[in-house]
Write a protein that binds this ligand. Structure first.
Ligand code: GLA
Ligand code: GLA
Length: 702
């Protein structure tokens, strides 16, 4: 009897241990790009964000069974469960999470655990009220909601260290926990309390060393704002940005981004020390501008981000998500990434945001993520919450767990991704074009837009969308990125530059690259101080133009004649170009500067620079601009992609994997360059591919 008992226990332990070995994630060797599929035991990451703490334990087994049946092999959990993990200061309870993991792991489901710092417990705020962030009027946030902590508060840092250390120690050897998500969507609110002010002053001191250097860099001679003591340096008021020193305001934005990065790094350091085999990521926010993601991602193993196409807009505007994917990929040197929150139902907080999308469209959006380089898709969330702020934010399942059309869509996609894994594994997006995003320029133009109608993101989309309409893949590059391999670089409103970036772009053009610059290029140096030179400042020589006059077109409609015979509406701004060596491509059509150059083309070294002095509402203007640049740099265009259809490509060993995504409610015909094989059916597709409404085709070269 005793022997049998021992054999049963040993047998169970052995099963648990072997299951553990089978589940333990693999880490990439140092220096190599992180391989997400290898990390997930060779499986394409397919998951759901799961909140076991909010459901009766009797539900867990049913959930895990339904997940497994839908091909789900991954969950993210725990990121809002601080109060349940540490119900009293220094007293921890992870037993419930162990039990949940055991249920999920038994169904072959691995987990990433979120450190729960985005939502600190009520007792922590009650004991240390100063951990709440302070707004610019000096009012502290009240308890409730989430993310309203202040990262410069020492009690909050101590509490963070305690919970992260306890979690890391508890889960470091757990075979079913393959990684960590730090916090949740780090970002605002900015904190304006005395601790933050002292932190900013210390940051300035580290950057400038002397007050003379700071005063010179910021140009504090203006309005006599000279500082004689570090403690005199104020925090800018958001509401008074327009009268604040723009150099101070830009440094404050950099400081904020650095502070979030430092906060993430505090957690990364603990996790790396204690749980070194587990990978670390963070769920980022695509186009969100307050964090320099390129910088933040230096300390993370791979990029994860939260992708919400939302239901409000015309679904055919796929480029909004496409650009966000490409920016996220670019923020870690184009390594593949994963989606930590992929829209799995209708979004909404107090109100549902828009109409319910057909279930089929959620599948197309999931494939869009894959097409842009995701090696993992995890839906937000498994089931709609019955409680709290997000009662109107739909999960895959609704509150009753009925297997609805979204569940079957998820299951279908999961099965397909399983089938596609060998093909996708090791493939990535390769682009001939890069869009250069400068966090400094974005911040500087938020501080001083120059003209009311200026929108950096819109300007990015003007060019980006045109490339995508013409079937061209685009990477997003950041100032430190390697630019040398691109045929075309678009640098929208590169207002703030430093000598390194100027040298890099100059060398790029001289070596044969094509660079598209726009209005508001080269206006300021890295201190957000206006250049002494004639605009476009450090780019005047390679662009072959001088700008002695410009017109911020407030409420006026200008017109651009060209490129070619057509005329296009102009908006936002007009640089009146005075070519030194450049050739005129388009001129203005109206008013006192009619006939003056609006767009120029200059040959420099082996390359070309286009300077586009204005913006247009017309997509055709950008199609023309891209056609000009593409001709010079030998980039192939597909002129016949129907509106609302995206063609996106991953490559592997020089062969293409083509995703044709139809976001419209009607069947579409897409002419392709060759007859591809359908990766799911194995059949050869005609060169004029037929794509049904809200469908996707994944095609490979034979
Ligand atoms: C007022 C002020 C000047 C200057 C101008 C332009 O006239 O007296 O110092 O600020 O406005 O803003
Ligand atoms: C973000 C958060 C999630 C959830 C969703 C939906 O992406 O990370 O916790 O709140 O939005 O609102």
């Amino acid at each position: 009897m005793k022997q049998l008992w021992i054999r049963v226990v040993c047998g169970l332990m052995c099963v648990y241990f072997l299951a553990g070995l089978a589940l333990r994630g693999q880490q990439a060797p140092a220096g190599k790009p992180f391989d997400l599929i290898e990390w997930n035991g060779g499986k394409f990451i397919y998951g759901a964000d799961y909140y076991p703490e909010a459901w009766d334990e009797s539900q867990w087994e049913k959930d895990a069974t339904l997940m497994q049946a839908a091909g789900i092999n991954f969950v993210r959990m725990g990121e809002f469960a601080w109060a349940k993990m540490e119900p009293q200061e220094g007293h921890f309870d992870f037993a419930w999470l162990d039990r949940a993991l055991k249920v999920l792991n038994a169904h072959g489901i691995r987990a990433v655990l979120g450190t729960p710092t985005a939502s600190p417990p009520a007792w922590l705020y009650a004991k240390y009220p100063d951990i709440a962030a302070m707004d610019e009027k000096g009012v502290r946030y009240r308890y409730g909601s989430r993310r309203n902590y202040c990262v410069h508060n020492s009690d909050f840092l101590a509490a963070t260290t305690r919970i992260v250390t306890a979690m890391a120690e508890h889960f470091k050897d757990h075979p079913g926990v393959i990684g960590w998500q730090i916090d949740n969507e780090v970002g605002g609110p900015k904190c304006f309390d005395p601790a933050s002010r002292a932190a900013f002053q210390a940051w300035c001191q580290r950057k400038y060393h002397t007050l003379d250097a700071l005063n010179a860099a910021w140009g504090t001679i203006f309005w006599g704002h000279t500082y004689h003591d570090w403690q005199e340096i104020p925090l800018p008021w958001n509401t008074l940005y327009d009268t604040h020193n723009p150099s101070l305001a830009l440094d404050f934005d950099r400081f904020q981004s650095d502070s979030m990065h430092t906060y993430v790094d505090v957690q990364v350091a603990i996790l790396r020390k204690i749980g070194s085999h587990q990978a670390i990521t963070h769920n980022e926010m695509g186009m969100y501008s307050e964090i320099d993601y390129y910088d933040l991602n230096r300390s993370l193993d791979f990029v994860a981000w939260d992708n919400y196409p939302m239901g409000k807009e015309d679904y055919s505007h796929y480029a909004r998500q496409a650009l966000a994917h490409d920016l996220m990929r670019g923020s870690k040197d184009n390594q593949n990434f994963m989606i930590m929150e992929q829209e799995g139902g209708l979004p909404g907080w107090a109100a549902f945001q828009g109409r319910q999308a057909p279930a089929a469209l959620y599948r197309v959006w999931a494939y869009q993520s894959v097409a842009h380089g995701a090696d993992g898709v995890c839906y937000f969330r498994w089931r709609t919450s019955r409680y709290g702020t997000e009662q109107y934010w739909e999960g895959i399942l609704d509150q009753d767990s009925y297997r609805n059309s979204r569940y079957f869509m998820v299951a279908r996609t999961g099965k397909e991704l399983g089938q596609l894994t060998p093909l996708l594994h090791g493939s990535k997006v390769v682009s001939p074009v890069a869009m250069l995003v400068s966090p400094d320029s974005r911040w500087a133009q938020q501080i001083q837009p120059g003209v009311e109608d200026f929108q950096y993101e819109r300007l990015m989309h003007d060019y980006y969308d045109a490339f995508r309409r013409l079937g061209v893949s685009v990477d997003v590059a950041f100032p430190p990125s390697d630019l040398s391999a691109y045929r075309i670089i678009v640098a929208p409103a590169l207002c703030v530059t430093d000598q390194n970036l100027v040298n890099k772009l100059t060398a790029y053009v001289k070596n044969g690259g094509t660079l598209i610059l726009t209005f508001r290029s080269g206006v300021k140096d890295e201190d957000n101080v206006v250049t002494e030179s004639t605009l476009p400042g450090p780019f005047a020589e390679i662009a072959g133009v001088a700008i002695h006059e410009f017109d911020p077109q407030i409420n006026e409609e200008q017109e651009v004649l060209g490129p070619g015979e057509s005329s296009f509406p102009a908006r936002t701004w007009s640089d009146i170009l005075d070519p030194t060596t450049a050739k005129v491509v388009a001129t203005y059509g109206k008013g006192y500067y009619a006939g003056k150059p609006a767009v120029t083309e200059n040959s420099t070294g082996k390359g070309w620079v286009y300077y586009v002095g204005t913006e247009s509402k017309s997509p055709f203007f950008y199609d023309r601009m891209i056609a000009l640049a593409a001709k010079k740099s030998l980039v192939a265009l597909n002129q016949k992609i129907p509106t609302g259809v995206e063609v996106a490509v991953r490559q592997k060993a020089g062969k293409k994997i083509v995703f044709v995504l139809n976001y419209t409610g009607t069947e579409q015909t897409v002419p392709l360059d060759i007859a591809y094989q359908n990766a799911l059916t194995g059949k050869t597709e005609p060169m004029d591919a037929q794509i049904p409404a809200y469908e996707v085709k994944i095609l490979t070269e034979r």
